[in-house]
Design a protein. Structure first.
Ligand code: C2E
Ligand code: CA
Ligand code: CA
Length: 586
């Protein structure tokens, strides 16, 4: 029974194989394999011999498979079937195996190719990814460079324009005011010219660090270029008045932040700046360009009251700026057409003896008549005409002075004081210029005093003091004008070879009424007494002022009380120079 089961199982297995083969043979890949047919025949014969085996136990099935009748014939058929079957199978497999082998190796090489391609693709992918990131980074950097200032790292004009465009519409949509604070440093050009660009860069960086602390995160702080910075304050109050006060407070803080001197190779450099404020939105919708222009105008207006002043833009300013531009053009012509002349104002001692005069420039404008220096000197400074104008005044003053001296109008010993603008004094060849001008007249330097302002003194003290020493060697006196209005400290005054110091007329005006002014004058007099510097009080208009000054120990005066400025000829005619005395020596 077991035999039968085994044989049936064998036959079923072989039949299953045969069946699978026959089905598989339909597939072109199998059918086209060399040896497939031989394998099928081999299995067919094996199946056949197995069937014969089965008929051993079921002779009634003999008719199905046994060709012969006897058991021997059946045995022979079985053996022959098996042998042939095995033979064909071996033959078939012999052809199959190499092709299977080939198939396997093709497959593995394909697999390898796929692997290699995948790796290649991964590599390409990685490179692509790296390239994309690199590009993105380059793009970012380009954007950064396009919107950032390289020196300070602050956003630049381009970024400001973008910010303001958004902010203008945001502010009008959300009903609040914003403000553009346009800051320009005072005398930065001189710092740059005098101390070099490296020092200039350091100043700009320090300033940007200090001012950067004031904006909130929704505000904008950037550098427009040069010494111009802009802070845009956003989301101020919805009431114009309150918003203006808020902007003013911040502007004041910015100005104070610059107060602390900057240490520059052992020297303290004083920095200050003026701010123009423009609030927006306003009734007429402004473009970014217009906003910035108005903030810039306000800044120029602040400069005229500066240093260290903040001004709001108002419509009158537009007219003022236009007038100034015209004035700058006309100034140039005025010099060519000799429209300038000089007034002189005597400087007197305690006994009304004249020891010198101050030359004050006047412009006889062809249509406007007399234009005062307070109006046109700042314009000449802005327009870069001040140095030329300064030389013009020196020539004029010395030429008139030498003429009157030669005519014997007064005894020798008096001096003529000429006002010098800071930018003129800071020119590298200033001393040579002065020497050259003095030598062109029949005079020595002993007739000349240069009045300089604190704007000069706050610059590089070593250079300023070297220039002053050189001027002194030529016999030229140095007077510090408008003292008390600027920033010069006692430390500066001590280190400079000054001959005299002029107390600003703003302190003299209320000296006998305002105890603060009196205290300042007292302090100046006490300080200079130990330094051997003469003090001249300017703007003395009344006896009360003079008496007060005299009691405090100030012995030299200038002002309307003694004489208004006038031409030399007028002064001579009035007999101003009847009693003269030598310029006080120190
Ligand atoms: P400053 O150097 O302080 O000149 C004195 C100013 O005070 C003059 O004004 C003079 O007329 C005025 N003054 C004199 N006495 C009195 C007085 O008793 N009371 C009052 N209230 N004022 C008095 P001015 O001539 O209008 O000059 C104004 C400023 O213009 C000068 O101030 C000076 O800074 C500048 N300036 C004048 N001429 C020149 C110049 O040739 N070159 C330069 N760079 N600046 C000049
Ligand atoms: Ca003066
Ligand atoms: Ca003065």
């Amino acid at each position: 029974m077991f035999d039968i089961l085994l044989e049936v199982t064998n036959s079923l297995i072989v039949a299953a194989i045969l069946y699978t083969l026959l089905r598989g043979i339909k597939h072109p890949d199998v059918r086209n394999q060399p040896g497939t047919r031989l394998v099928v025949i081999g299995f067919g014969l094996l199946f056949f011999s197995l069937l014969i085996d089965i008929t051993d136990n079921f002779p009634e099935l003999n008719y199905l498979v046994v060709v012969g009748d006897t058991k021997f014939q059946a045995f022979l058929e079985k053996v022959a079937g098996m042998l042939f079957g095995l033979f064909f199978l071996a033959l078939g497999l012999n052809r199959w195996i190499p092709s299977i082998h080939k198939l396997a190796s093709t497959r593995s090489s394909l697999e390898q190719q796929v692997k290699k391609r995948t790796m290649d693709l991964e590599h390409v992918n990685k490179r692509l990814l790296a390239e994309v990131t690199e590009r993105q980074q380059a793009q970012k950097q380009l954007e950064h460079q396009a919107t950032r200032d390289t020196l300070t790292g602050l956003p630049n004009r381009y970024a400001l324009t973008e910010f303001l465009e958004r902010e203008i519409s945001r502010a009008s949509r959300r009903n609040y005011f914003s403000a553009v604070l346009f800051l320009d440093l005072d005398n930065f050009k001189s710092t740059n010219d005098l101390l070099g660009h490296e020092a200039g860069d350091r100043v700009l960086k320090t300033v940007s660090d200090r001012l950067g602390l004031f904006g909130r995160k929704e505000d904008f702080f950037g550098r427009l270029g040069g010494d111009e910075f802009v802070l845009v304050l956003t989301e101020l109050d919805g009431c114009l008045q309150v918003a203006a006060e808020q902007a003013q407070t911040i502007a004041q803080k910015l100005i104070s932040a610059l107060d602390e001197p900057i240490l520059m190779s052992g020297h303290k450099l004083n920095v200050s700046g003026c701010i123009g404020i423009k609030l927006f939105p306003d009734s007429q919708k402004k473009t970014v360009g217009e906003l910035l222009k108005q903030a810039d105008m306000a800044m120029y207006h602040a400069k005229s009251n500066g240093p260290g002043v903040a001004s709001f833009f108002c419509d009158d300013m537009q007219k003022l700026v236009e007038q100034r531009l015209n004035l700058a053009k006309e100034l140039q012509e005025a010099m060519e057409q000799e429209q300038f002349y000089l007034h002189y104002q005597p400087q007197v001692t305690i006994d009304d003896q004249v020891f010198g005069v101050e030359a004050l420039l006047r412009w006889n404008h062809p249509t406007r008549g007399m234009v005062g220096p307070d109006e046109f000197i700042p314009v000449a400074e802005e327009a870069g005409l001040i140095n030329k104008l300064g030389r013009y005044v020196l020539h004029h003053a010395l030429s008139e002075w030498s003429k009157f001296l030669a005519d014997g109008v007064w005894e020798g010993g008096m001096k003529v004081a000429v006002n010098i603008s800071p930018s003129h004094f800071l020119q590298a060849d200033f001393v040579d210029q002065i020497e050259h001008i003095v030598c062109s007249y029949d005079l020595t330097g002993c007739h000349l005093v240069l009045e300089i302002t604190e704007g000069v003194v706050i610059q590089d003290i070593a250079d300023v003091s070297a220039k002053m020493e050189a001027l002194r060697r030529l016999g030229i006196g140095i007077s510090l004008d408008d003292f008390g209005t600027g920033y010069s400290s006692l430390a500066y005054i001590k280190r400079l070879p000054l001959d005299s110091l002029k107390i600003d007329r703003s302190f003299v005006r209320d000296i006998h009424i305002d105890p603060n002014d009196a205290a300042i004058v007292d302090a100046i007099l006490a300080m200079t007494a130990s330094l051997e510097i003469e003090v001249i009080a300017e703007g003395v208009e009344t006896e009360a002022q003079r008496n007060f000054l005299r009691r405090r120990g100030c012995n030299f005066y200038q002002g309307y009380l003694f004489s208004r400025p006038a031409t030399l000829a007028d002064l001579v005619e009035k007999g101003v120079f009847e009693q003269t005395v030598e310029y006080p020596a120190v």
